[in-house]
Design a protein around this ligand. Sequence first.
Ligand code: ADP
Ligand code: ASP
Ligand code: MG
Length: 439
Amino acid sequence: MKVMKFGGTSVGKPERMHEVAQLITKDNKRKIVVLSALSGTTNALVEISNFLASGDKASASIKIDQLHEHYKNFIQLLVAKEESRKKANEIIDKHFEFLRIILLISFSESLYKDILAQGELMSTKLFCVYLEEAGIKHALLPALEFMSIDANEEPQLLAIRTKLNELLQQLTDVDIFITQGYICKNARGEVDNLKRGGSDYTASLVAAAARAEVCEIWTDIDGMHNNDPRIVNKTFAIEQLSFDEAAELAYFGAKILHPTCIWPAQQENVPVRLLNTMQPEAAGTVITKEAGSVGVKAMAAKDGIVAIKIKSSRMLLAYGFLRKIFEVFEKYKTSIDMITTSEVAVSVTIDNDQFLQEIVRELEPFGTVDVLKNQTIVSIVGNEIAQTKNVLQKLFDSLKDVQVTMVSYGGSPHNISLLVPANEKVNTLQLLNSGLFGL
Ligand code: ADP
Ligand code: ASP
Ligand code: MG
């Protein structure tokens, strides 16, 4: 079994969907094809939801009509036969009927999740209509029947495997399965999702659940680049990464991968390949247990970081002080990204400031608490980076004029993380690109 995931841009135009059909029929292997929503759709659904949440039904209605129009035009170019167009339009009309009905009912968090799910539901069904017209035998595996998260919003790999296998066993004569990325059911049995960009996570979970031979992530770029290509001019694709390296890059902001999508594949040792739909012959990046080489491989940046410093000359050395601090973050389900300590202070960073006020209030009895907002973590990743000669020297030489707020080094053998003010991000990434890669 093989898993092939196609992102929003890979299915965002009718001709792209045609290319996807070619890519999935290149070999005769049994495969599960995970699709995202057409590019722009999830953003549009978020916008519609925001209008509804703020009571602006008129704007929501206009946006729904615009999106519907977009899909009608898409169908005209996706399929050629009148019969297929009719079928596709009937499918789409039902989803837009749902969106129009919600204009009449009161908005809620669970409704929001239902709205967001429409994108992947539509893209997969439209793709199936095209496959049918093209005479390509396939079956649609509804993700809502096997993809689930628990009460802590964690995917349940074992349950996913059991349900997926049951579905696959009912369809032994089919080799191409299509399923929705991103969407799932939660512990309450409601429609939910794996957070923005979550189709990669679906692909990795499905690959682990099916113990696939490979998990291919097809996107609009030829693999993981050494630096963020949206920000830095000269970047290049990396041939090979270890699961650990890729996981750190994804977690620390490399948008090409969902932050937590590596662990399922890693757990079952399924190689992940990052490939380009627009350039299918390019080698892309392969992610396996082995790193391939040592030294600096890439860097990524994660925005929206808040640093919290707790200063206490009395308590830091006392037993249990750090535990008490961590317990505050645990209580508010807020995970810590970076941490540095000195004898009189401890600084941590968080990327979710939902409970910032409560956290600060509960930390205050331990010492003086300072909060620094609008920070960015820049992570430099590479196998055994901590042992690589001159890396630290080159790094600090490159950043001599940048105001670095925190440095974390040695926690993992393949990561050096820096905290810089958000307005220094672009400069930092560019300077490091020249300093560490000579570009
Ligand atoms: P998809 O819709 O296929 O999931 P995404 O937009 O989520 O695609 O991810 C691909 C994009 O990630 C690329 O177009 C690129 O701009 C961006 N990106 C950010 N950092 C990196 C990186 N280090 N390497 C490659 N792409 C990156
Ligand atoms: N469609 C979802 C999003 O835009 C999931 C994904 O594309 O991975 O976030
Ligand atoms: Mg993505």
